[in-house]
Design a protein around this ligand. Structure first.
Ligand code: FAD
Length: 274
């Protein structure tokens, strides 16, 4: 099915200002080479890589949870990166290269830079790559494919995530100057596995209640959501471990809230979104 990928910035802005709930707006999708130009341990478990490249100037990114795919070489070390195709899309040829998805934490068009924040975990293609990366390392990024834009017209927002959702939450809070005028409240719930992760810097805003939840005995998103007192007109963003998000989906469907809930990874499964 073809998708309208024209004027994405204007269409996202229009939905933010006057829409309701969630809508998908396609971006022209491209594949770009980039170089690691900065490495910063934001917390002992979150590694920020800055990627730079001339072609990053042409990237589209208008919502906080926009994401790119890092495209890795095939097992034999050769590359089979996607190529531009009709309809402002990419063609992925066989064998499909391994990919992993990361949120654009920061996009600076003038500097031709993006920041990606990696939760560094025991072992994984992307996590290991990020940990071993040095300035000058090459990367290939595909996307972002489009926005899952949610309107700025709701009375309340609940962001229920684990640490893989922190880049999206941080960018959303950073870009939410409209919140004060809208008079909307925000609850942010974050499952984490290690106390060190709670030092991740999140922009402060009036009307935002933030709670870090220790996941040592399992996700606490469900019980914390059930304890919330939120208005009927609430929008819910959920992102994190796929099984843990079942509790979020259940709460959302029980109350009929508008929502965008995405399993970012799944325990025991490599490359869930590959
Ligand atoms: C839209 C979207 C946006 C995302 N944004 C981000 C982001 O900004 N930052 C980020 O860190 N992740 C993000 N993710 C999640 C990330 O893509 C996955 O965690 C991915 O599996 C990591 O790849 P890997 O190669 O390191 O591990 P894989 O090779 O995919 O997995 C290897 C093993 O590690 C486990 N594993 C994977 N991720 C984690 C984790 N976070 N903690 C513990 N164990 C894990 C798997 O269950 C598997 O057993 C996003 C995912 C999506 C779909």
């Amino acid at each position: 099915m073809t998708m309208d990928r024209d004027r994405p910035a204007e269409r996202v802005a229009e939905h933010h200002a006057r829409g309701r709930g969630l809508t998908r707006i396609g971006y022209p999708i491209e594949v770009r080479p980039a170089t690691v130009s900065g490495i910063d341990w934001v917390t002992p478990r979150m590694l920020r890589l800055t990627l730079t490249g001339d072609e990053i100037a042409g990237l589209h990114s208008y919502v906080a949870d926009d994401h790119v795919k890092l495209v890795f070489p095939l097992a034999d070390g050769t590359r089979n990166d996607p190529v531009p195709a009709e309809g402002q899309m990419l063609e992925w040829r066989r064998p499909h290269p391994p990919t992993r998805t990361y949120t654009i934490r920061r996009f600076d068009r003038a500097a031709r830079e993006i920041d990606l924040d990696f939760v560094v975990h025991d072992a994984g293609l992307a996590s290991d790559w990020a940990r071993a990366a040095t300035v000058g390392a090459e990367a290939v990024i595909a996307g972002p494919p489009g926005a899952k834009a949610f309107a700025h017209t709701h009375r309340h927002y609940v962001l229920a995530v684990d640490t893989t959702g922190l880049p999206a939450v941080a960018r959303w809070l950073e870009e939410a100057d409209w919140l004060a005028d809208a008079g909307a409240g925000v609850d942010v719930l974050i499952d984490h596995d290690d106390a060190e992760e709670t030092t991740y810097p999140l922009p402060e805003r009036d009307g935002v209640r933030l709670r870090w939840l220790d996941r040592a005995r399992g996700s606490r998103l469900g019980e914390e959501l059930r304890a919330l007192d939120v208005p009927e007109d609430t929008f819910v963003l959920g992102a994190g471990e796929a099984e843990d998000l079942k509790q979020v989906r259940a709460w959302v469907s029980e109350h009929g809230y508008a929502a965008s809930i995405t399993g970012y990874w799944k325990r025991g499964v490599a490359g869930l979104d590959d």
